[in-house]
Design a protein around this ligand. Structure first.
Ligand code: AMP
Length: 533
């Protein structure tokens, strides 16, 4: 038997009623705050995520569902590319990052030809630096794949190279091929979205949404991460999120936006009846103070990092802020003693954070300051927050978010400060006190056609009633009355309506209240009124 893939699951009725209940409430709240829905594709170019979420994050380095797509993607290139993916740590260790980035780019093709690894670079123009880079790639690849000590490098480009470049290529064992690049359709590296902010910001840039001033956008949809599945953690999970993004002149940087987002979230959780949530708040600084803080962290980590778990050690070197995300218990005493960002905030940044807190106090939203809260993603600046919920156990983060003032520029767009959040919908549903049964809508009436030929009449009757917004279930003329009544009771219908030949010819129908057992004769013209009363 073929089952749902590990980490994915089917949502069945009545549980889906709970999801719809949540989504309807969420849409109502967003409407009250003038947010509008955006739907971005479920897959995007891999580079979008590696650039925005950050190569160093768990999401990009281990958890993405990525594949090579397109005409150029033969089975072999896919296989080799997957193989390179599993060797990515070695590649990373062996070389500078360009190899890794380019592997994901559309201009690099990796193939296996007669047992030799062939790495083909597509370039529109070629110069001395290109050849120098290729020599570097050869070294990295040889170190990363010792079994392929001499990978073949091929350079493909549009123009005839100069004598000098051709000579350089020859002497470095680089095959040179001249091809009309226009004819070449590079395979693309695509990825199922692991989060939705990157897609929204890409759309902001692509559609020049800055023209609209401040954009207040929300989304609801599935995200994908190859994480170890457990309760509250899935490989296909759902997020409800929002982004406020626009030019600074439209007020996108204002602390009022941060506070409004947080107040919206408090309203939303209250509206869903979710109690016992805690808002944890921090400021992770602006560009300048972040740089100083990172420096101080590096200094503080330098003498102690060797005592830490290897993963934390790696973070200490590559992205020291992320050391705060280390969960290893033995490392906590070291982490406790590290300098905190709160001591490093520069004046404008500190004031921004102060104002966010003042507005929250004025609207009565409680929060806890937590200067260990850093958020794992590279593009966050200033306000960072998380809402946790006691009932969720280990996976207690119900939502997270923060400012990402530099993201649009990092993706090649205009300056566009922004702030957003993502709620884990799966966890939100788990935290609800509402039961699925309570919000699952049951039929108002079950129509029981009695006798041959009565399906036609019953269908007409159903059509009349449904026009009045009555929730109708239809039986079948082959069912005996007893079976129809049992079916109706089982599905929780309020009434059963008996549609026999007699009833239809006299225009007076038998309507049975299934809870009380009381049966009334009701003229057809009054049926809707009686059922709805
Ligand atoms: P992040 O995008 O990592 O900040 O996550 C935002 C929220 O999404 C978290 O607070 C969780 O509630 C939820 N979330 C993240 N990953 C998963 C997952 N694998 N399964 C279920 N929910 C998740």
């Amino acid at each position: 038997m073929i089952k749902a893939v590990r980490g994915t699951r089917d949502l069945l009725p009545p549980e889906t009623a709970l999801w719809n209940f949540v989504e309807a409430a969420v849409r109502d709240v967003f409407r009250a705050y003038n947010f509008h829905e955006i739907r971005t594709p479920i897959f995007e170019n891999t580079q979008l995520f590696s650039r925005s979420v950050g190569e160093e994050t768990d999401i990009v380095s281990k958890e993405m569902y990525t594949w090579v797509d397109g005409q150029g993607a033969t089975f072999e290139t896919q296989m080799v590319s997957e193989w390179m993916l599993t060797h990515q740590d070695e590649i990373r260790r062996a070389s500078h990052q360009r190899v890794f980035e380019n592997r994901r780019g559309p201009d690099l093709v990796v193939q296996m030809a007669n047992g030799t690894l062939v790495v083909e670079f597509k370039r529109r123009t070629v110069n001395q630096a290109t050849i120098a880079n290729m020599k570097q790639y050869r070294k990295s690849l040889a170190a990363a794949f010792p079994e392929q000590a001499d990978p073949k490098l091929r350079l493909v480009f549009a123009e005839e190279p100069s004598q000098f470049v051709r000579h350089l290529a020859d002497s470095n064992g680089v095959d040179v091929e001249v091809l009309q690049l226009a004819e070449y359709e590079p395979p693309e590296s695509l990825t199922l979205r692991p989060e939705n902010t990157a897609g929204v910001v890409r759309a902001y840039i692509e559609h020049d949404l800055q023209k609209r001033g401040l954009n207040k956008l929300y989304y609801i949809g599935p995200q994908f991460r190859r994480e170890r599945p457990q309760k509250g953690r899935y490989r296909q999970f759902y997020q409800i999120g929002a982004e406020v993004i626009g030019p600074a002149t439209a007020g996108s940087e204002s602390p009022a936006r941060d506070a409004e987002i947080l107040e919206l979230l408090a309203t939303l959780l209250d509206r869903l009846g979710i109690k016992d949530w805690t808002l944890q708040l921090n400021s992770i600084g602006c560009a300048d103070d972040r740089a100083k803080y990172n420096e101080a962290l590096r200094k503080a980590l330098d003498p102690v990092k060797d005592k830490m778990d290897p993963d934390c050690q790696r973070r200490a070197v590559t992205n020291p802020l992320r050391v705060f995300d280390c969960k290893v218990p033995e490392d906590q005493p070291i982490i406790e003693k590290l300098p905190r960002i709160s001591q490093f905030l520069d004046e404008p940044c500190r004031q921004h954070f102060q104002q966010v807190q003042e507005i929250l106090k004025s609207v009565g939203v409680e929060f806890q300051l937590n200067d260990r809260l850093v958020r794992g993603l590279d593009y966050y600046t200033r306000t960072a927050f998380e809402f946790t919920h006691g009932a969720l156990g280990a996976q207690n983060a119900i939502l997270g978010g923060g400012r990402y003032d530099g993201l649009s520029e990092a993706l090649g767009g205009p300056a566009a400060p922004g702030i957003g959040f993502a709620i884990g919908e799966d966890r939100l549903v788990l935290a609800l006190s509402e039961s699925a049964e309570a919000v699952y809508r049951k039929p108002d009436v079950y129509i029981a056609p009695l006798g041959a030929g009565m399906n036609k009449e019953a269908a007409r009757l159903a059509r009349e009633l449904r026009r009045h917004d009555i929730f109708v279930e239809l039986g079948d003329e082959t069912f005996r009355l007893k079976k129809s009544l049992e079916t109706a009771s089982k599905m929780g219908a309020k009434y059963a309506l008996i549609a026999g030949e007699n009833e239809l010819s006299t225009g007076v129908l038998a309507l049975k209240n299934l809870a009380t057992g009381e049966q009334k004769a009701v003229p057809r013209t009054l049926l809707a009124q009686v059922i709805q009363s």
